[in-house]
Unconditional design. Structure first.
Length: 323
C-alpha cells in the first residue's frame, strides 16, 4: 500500500524547488586504494549501489541525501549558486549532478566527493531547467530566452542550440532513446525536436497555460505534460496526438515523473497534493496530502517503489509504493 515513509522537515532554509533521484553503481576499484588497502568511501563502506536524492532550494543550496533505514541523511551541501536553485538533474550513471539557478549559471558536481567539476555561465538569462542526455555526454538547458542549449559535459561548452522561437522555456526533457528533446513553454506550446537533424519535429497544442513540467515514458513512446491549467496530458510521441487528458488536481500541476518501470507516473501540484496515476487506465489511484504548501518536485526512485516530493513548505517527503 501507499504510505508516507519519511518526512524531513526544514530540509532547506527556504522553499525547495527541485529534486532528483539517482543511483551510483560503485566500481570495484573504489573499494581499494592503489596500495591495496581498504579505503574509506565517502558515501558507503560496502559495495552495494547507493541511492541519492538531490534537492535544490531557494536558499541557493544543492543538497545530496542518502536514504538509510528509511531516513534521510545529508551527505553533501553544495554551495556556489548566488540565487535560488530551480532545477537539478542526475546523470544516468549516477556520478554527476547538474544544477541551474536564477543567477544565470549551471554547475556540475561530482556526487561521490561533493566537489564542483564545472561551472557554466550563461547570463544574462534565467537558466530555468536542466537534463542529462541518455549517454551522459550532454546537459540540455532551457531558459527564458527561448533557446535550448546542449552543453558538453566534458568541455562545459555549448555544442548545439535548438530554437523554440523565442518562447520562455519552462521545462525540457530528453527521450530515453536519445532521439528527441521536448520543451514546454510559457504559452502552453510543446515542441519536440529531432536531435540528429537539429530540427523541430512536432509542435503539440492542447494546454492553454504554461507547461511547468514534462517527461518521456521509459520506452520513449509517450510524453507526459503538466500545466497551470490544472491538467496532465499524455501524448503519443510518434503520432503527435493526445491519448489522454487527466484531471484531478485543483490547481496548477507543477511537476510530473514516470516510474522507471513505465507502469505509473506521479504529479505534484500547487493544491499541496501528490497524485499517483496508473498508465494503463489513466486514472489516479492514490493521493498524498502530506505537504502544507505547493509541491514543486516529484520523482520516482530507480526501483519504482518509492517517490520523493519537495515543497514550498521546505519539507522532503519520501513515500512507499506497492511493488
Amino acid at each position: 500500500m501507499y504510505s508516507l515513509l519519511h518526512k524531513k522537515e526544514n530540509a532547506h532554509d527556504e522553499s525547495i524547488w527541485s529534486c532528483a533521484w539517482g543511483r551510483l553503481q560503485k566500481d570495484k576499484k573504489d573499494s581499494k586504494d592503489p596500495d591495496g588497502d581498504n579505503s574509506r568511501d565517502s558515501v558507503s563502506s560496502d559495495d552495494a549501489p547507493v541511492d541519492y536524492m538531490i534537492t535544490g532550494g531557494l536558499d541557493d543550496l544543492v543538497k545530496v541525501w542518502e536514504l538509510k533505514d528509511n531516513k534521510l541523511e545529508l551527505k553533501h551541501q553544495l554551495e556556489g549558486h548566488s540565487l535560488g536553485v530551480v532545477s537539478v538533474a542526475v546523470s544516468n550513471n549516477g556520478r554527476l549532478c547538474a544544477s541551474s539557478s536564477l543567477d544565470s549559471s549551471m554547475r556540475i558536481w561530482d556526487l561521490k566527493s561533493g566537489e564542483k567539476t564545472s561551472s557554466i555561465e550563461v547570463g544574462p538569462v534565467d537558466l530555468w531547467t536542466v537534463a542529462f542526455s541518455p549517454d551522459d555526454k550532454y546537459i540540455i538547458s532551457g531558459s527564458h530566452s527561448g533557446k535550448i542549449t546542449m552543453y558538453s559535459v566534458e568541455t562545459a561548452k555549448a555544442d548545439q542550440t535548438l530554437d523554440t522561437r523565442g518562447k520562455f522555456t519552462l521545462s525540457i526533457a530528453y527521450s530515453p532513446d536519445g532521439k528527441y528533446v521536448a520543451s514546454g513553454a510559457v504559452d502552453g506550446i510543446i515542441n519536440i525536436f529531432d536531435v540528429a537533424s537539429n530540427k523541430l519535429w512536432h509542435t503539440l497544442e492542447g494546454h492553454a497555460m504554461p507547461i511547468r513540467s514534462l517527461c518521456f515514458s521509459p520506452d520513449s513512446q509517450f510524453l507526459l505534460t503538466a500545466s497551470d491549467d490544472g491538467h496532465l496530458k499524455l501524448y503519443d510521441v510518434h503520432q503527435a496526438n493526445v491519448v489522454g487528458t487527466l484531471s484531478g488536481h485543483a490547481s496548477w500541476v507543477l511537476s510530473v515523473a514516470f516510474s522507471p518501470d513505465g507502469t505509473h507516473f506521479v504529479s505534484g501540484s500547487s493544491d499541496k497534493t501528490v497524485k499517483v496515476w496508473e498508465v494503463s487506465t489513466k486514472q489516479c489511484i492514490h493521493t498524498f496530502k502530506e505537504h502544507g504548501d505547493q509541491v514543486w518536485g516529484v520523482k520516482y526512485n530507480p526501483d519504482s517503489n518509492k517517490i520523493v516530493s519537495v515543497s514550498e513548505d521546505r519539507t522532503i517527503n519520501v513515500y512507499s509504493c506497492p511493488s
